[in-house]
Design a protein around this ligand. Sequence first.
Ligand code: PRP
Ligand code: URA
Length: 210
Amino acid sequence: MRLHVADHPLITHKLTVLRDAKTPSPVFRSLVEELVTLLAYEATRNVRTEPVEVTTPVARAQGLAISEPRPLVVPILRAGLGMLEGMVKLVPTAEVGFLGMVRDEETLLPTTYANRLPDDLSDRQCFVLDPMLATGGSLSAAIQFLFDRGAVDVTAICLLGAPEGVEHVRQATEGRDVTVVLGALDEKLNEHGYIVPGLGDAGDRLYGLV
Ligand code: PRP
Ligand code: URA
């Protein structure tokens, strides 16, 4: 597994506002969207392309187009949904699949309650979106889902990660082509499995308490 932790003042600035417990939901949502756009720039560095030629008003020009099969973007519901708009703005030709996962607050183990993915992901590049990589249980399960259906490589974009979760994903995906792009690598998990200092419950801050 390759790990890329962002190192850019604009990203740190936006994460700082996001972490602030006083930041209201509408601002939180906008920041999540802006942050995923910035992180997607790095995460799509190896997106598969093919050479194309276009005619400018002046001459012929060589360029690149994202190649077939189109990349698949997979937000993990609920909180990952907050990252979808930002991602498809940057990669408008991507297809979108959905995975619904919720972690049991006692055992910290994830359960999958929704799966709307193509059955056959042979040869597909996949981009998983989830703001929080805490114990790593949800992300590891999501990545496994994609490889089980034939995905060739998976890149996860998370806003914050804990070292414990990164290690979990590293071990669970050994031998696979996996990249994790983080906005920041935080200090640790607390006794409730929350990222410290983190930003609290990302789903609740995006969409309210359930
Ligand atoms: C959060 C988050 C991740 C998961 C991370 O979702 O969005 O999916 O927890 O925790 P883990 O790394 O320990 O598995 P949650 O289960 O709270 O569901 P929600 O998105 O519906 O709020
Ligand atoms: N899920 C969240 O939303 N936040 C955390 O800190 C951990 C899991």
